[in-house]
Design a protein around this ligand. Structure first.
Ligand code: BES
Ligand code: MN
Ligand code: ZN
Length: 468
């Protein structure tokens, strides 16, 4: 569901604000009288002013009792402001309106964005309390709050797509959601995929009753574009593993295996509102990876877009097969200045980086640095991983140009070898690959995240495409 909490700006704190959040370090608004000095109250609650701390104090209000939420802002850094804002939203679940005196900061975008993101929910039914209906930022910059809202809604859109059960969400459904963005969209159905030689997408999709799609979305800025960027997203609407079947515990999280594709659709949709100066083409390689009598087999050899052959030794390494087609197509046909793919590609990256940092691999130092910087600024943090040449023989096949996985365990490094596989299809252009398998899902409701899909990648890509 889109974030239903509204964000608005007022110039001054309304006298009748019944629920008011005030940072620890601010002089209180003259209209609010605390029962005790703020310092005594904080000491009483053992509160140190750390980001995420919220102390609730009843205050006299015209005709009744109001509440002030004193909130910590830590060191005032964007990260601490995000934490503070998310804690406030979570504290006022079930309430109507929270008026917020924002912290002293030049840029309140991270604060407002986090306050909204913490209000995200995905429910089929009505369990639990509703998020606060309205956030009112007193004295904030309207432009900053609007940007925060656009970005937060884009993250929510990506989360919604990824949280949707796979009984609803198949490749054709995903293509329809792309079409609803209002952007120019082109969709390859099975027949057209076959005619154009997209052998990887077809091979992964052939076990499913819901046929695969390749989805292309285009954004063109009003002003002449400075560059053309292609974003490629993994759109596996369910990853059972195929005939290389996953165990139940690993399978039950795999409705979010199209999180990369969801990010691409959500980013493309938000670019116009953010006035991005670059031309962007989004490609989502969508398929459902299922075992059946028509499924591909371990040992099959497939031919990718452009003619390269791959021996499929494990049908559960399917993401790289659909991405390879899309990357080869982008290089051969779209003439981009840079290509960035985003995919829940390997369980191995969760072992390496856990659930906070996503991985970025790149053949281009400048591109990698820009993405890492955009990640720091936007809070979708990325860590650069190496493309280790010595591991390349892991993908040698005796009968095809490449194998999709290592057949033994001499090399290991599952996320790196997956990136090396993709590199083979990206051509000579600047290319980056984001492995978001670890950060694509959250295991709990915490801070700006809610249990399930995180929308990781939307913020870093929007930051990169709109600011650098
Ligand atoms: N979709 C999975 C990766 C994944 C795992 C994402 C856990 C999110 C959480 C991917 O298609 C996959 O199955 N990768 C295999 C690769 C292996 C067969 C080389 C993996 O990581 O086990
Ligand atoms: Mn898989
Ligand atoms: Zn997968």
């Amino acid at each position: 569901m889109p974030i239903e909490t509204t964000a608005s700006v007022v110039t001054e704190v309304p006298d009748d604000a019944e629920l008011l959040a005030v940072p620890y370090d601010s002089g209180l608004s003259p209209s609010v009288e605390l029962p005790l000095p703020a310092a005594d109250l904080l000491a009483h609650y053992d509160s140190k002013g750390e980001a995420g701390e919220v102390v609730e104090v009843p205050v006299a209000r015209s005709g009744g009792v109001g509440r002030v939420l004193l909130y910590g802002v830590g060191d005032g850094s964007p990260r601490d402001l995000r934490k503070a804002a998310a804690a406030l939203t979570r504290k006022v679940k079930g309430r109507e309106t929270l008026t917020v005196v924002p912290p002293a900061a030049d840029d309140l975008t991270p604060f407002a964005e986090a306050a909204l993101l913490a209000a995200y929910t995905f429910k089929i039914g009505k369990p639990g309390k509703e998020p606060v209906r309205s956030l009112v930022f007193a004295g904030a910059d309207e432009g900053q709050v609007r940007r925060a809202e656009t970005v937060a809604q884009a993250v929510a859109f990506a989360r919604d797509l990824a949280n949707t059960p796979s009984s609803v969400k198949n490749p054709a459904w995903l293509a329809e959601r792309a079409q609803e963005t209002g952007l120019p969209v082109e969709v390859w159905d099975e027949e057209r995929l076959r005619a154009d030689g997209f052998g990887g997408i077809l091979a992964v999709g052939r076990g499913s009753a819901s046929p695969p799609r390749l989805i292309k979305l285009s954004y063109t800025p009003d002003e002449p574009a400075t560059r053309h960027i292609v974003l490629v997203g993994k759109g596996i609407t369910f990853d059972s593993g195929g005939l290389s079947l996953k165990p139940t515990d690993n399978m039950k999280t795999q409705k979010t295996d199209m999180a990369g594709g969801a990010v691409v659709i959500a980013v493309l949709k938000a670019l116009a509102a953010l006035k991005a100066p670059v031309r962007v083409t989004g490609l989502v390689a969508a398929a459902e990876n299922m075992p059946s009598g028509t499924a591909q087999r371990p040992s099959d050899v497939i031919t990718h877009y452009g003619g390269r052959t791959v021996e499929v030794l494990n049908t559960d390494a399917e993401g790289r097969l659909v991405l390879a087609d899309a990357l080869a197509y982008a290089d051969a046909v779209l003439d981009p200045d840079a290509v960035v793919d985003i995919a829940t590609l390997t369980g191995a990256i969760t072992v390496a980086l856990g659930r906070v940092y996503g991985a970025v691999y790149s053949t281009d130092d400048e591109l990698a640095e820009r993405l890492v910087a955009a990640g720091q600024a936007s809070d979708d943090r990325l860590w650069r991983m190496p493309l280790v040449e010595e591991y390349k023989p892991a993908l040698d096949s005796p009968i095809a140009d490449l194998a999709n996985v290592e057949s033994g365990s001499k090399f290991g490094a599952g996320s790196i070898t997956a990136a090396l596989f993709l590199r083979e299809f990206a051509g000579e252009r600047p290319w980056a690959h984001l492995d978001i398998a670890g950060v694509g899902r959250s295991t709990s409701d915490e801070g700006t995240l809610s249990k399930g899909a995180t929308g990781f990648g939307v913020r870093v890509l929007l930051e990169w495409l709109t600011k650098s």
